[in-house]
Design a protein around this ligand. Structure first.
Ligand SMILES: [Zn+2]
Length: 258
């Protein structure tokens, strides 16, 4: 068990109390919740694999269309990390809270499916998922795991078994629109919640970064758990700047075991 400062312990207690009293809590997660699982946040400098500028150029719809070989080659090391990653205590804590009826839904910007692997059921994926691929010609959808070995080990591009067209991961690339249904559901849940828990996101990417504003404008409480400041900290009931893999299990423990 991590030892926290008395201020942090008081904040954990406060956040746990808000969750206990809440009737419809919604969580918004980002890359910071998956970094303890070994998945680098390509938006943060110094992650070692690539620069943000390179990521925005290569992981874009434009590069996928004009130079898919470059896209898939660039993505190869990340794909391996994501598919082999395990959920960490932050994912597990949120899944336990959902199973106990304390969390209604999780809106995530992550494409790694670690919330689902941890046991969360009601997950809204704002940036799609790497678990499936869709054909760019006939829209046939397939499980990514069928293509994974050949891609990661030999760099083979995924082609459709129905028509031979190139398959695109169902993750949202730069320059691509957010999935409409996910965006609709995320806005609905943000407007209907009485507590929003922001976890592991610095809220730098619009339009998702605006969701906590939609929640508090309708009277919801706001808890921010992130290792860096966010624009909305000033409007939060409580802000805890610590590793989410330490904080979320501590909050879940308080809520579930008193
Ligand atoms: Zn096809």
């Amino acid at each position: 068990m991590t030892s926290f400062s008395s201020q942090t312990r008081a904040n954990i207690e406060y956040a746990a109390n808000l969750l206990r009293k809440s009737e419809r809590a919604v969580v918004l997660t980002g890359a910071g919740i998956s970094t303890p699982s070994g998945i680098p946040d390509f938006r943060s400098e110094g992650s070692g694999l690539w620069s943000e500028v390179e990521a925005m150029e290569v992981a874009s719809l434009g590069t996928f269309r004009t130079n898919p070989e470059r896209f898939f080659e660039w993505f190869r090391p990340l794909a391996g990390l994501i598919f082999n990653a395990d959920p960490n205590p932050a994912h597990v804590g949120l899944a336990e809270l959902e199973q106990a009826g304390r969390i209604y839904s999780i809106i995530t910007q992550n494409i790694d499916a670690l919330h689902q692997k941890a046991g969360s059921k009601n997950v809204i994926e704002m940036h799609g998922t790497l678990q499936t691929l869709s054909c760019t010609q006939c829209f046939h959808q397939a499980q990514a795991k069928n293509y994974l070995k050949a891609y990661i080990e030999q760099g083979e591009l995924p082609y459709c078994q129905q028509c031979g067209g190139l398959m695109k991961p169902d993750a949202i690339l730069f320059g691509e629109q957010l999935p409409q249904k996910a965006w609709y559901n995320a806005q609905r849940d943000s407007r209907q919640c009485d507590l929003m828990l922001v976890a592991g996101t610095s809220l730098e990417v619009l339009p998702v970064a605006g969701l906590p504003m939609q929640a508090i404008d309708r009277g919801a409480h706001l808890v921010v758990l992130n290792d860096a400041t966010t624009y909305i900290d000033v409007r939060a009931d409580v802000v805890i700047q610590e590793d989410v893999a330490d904080i979320i299990p501590a909050i879940a423990e308080k809520v579930l075991n008193g």
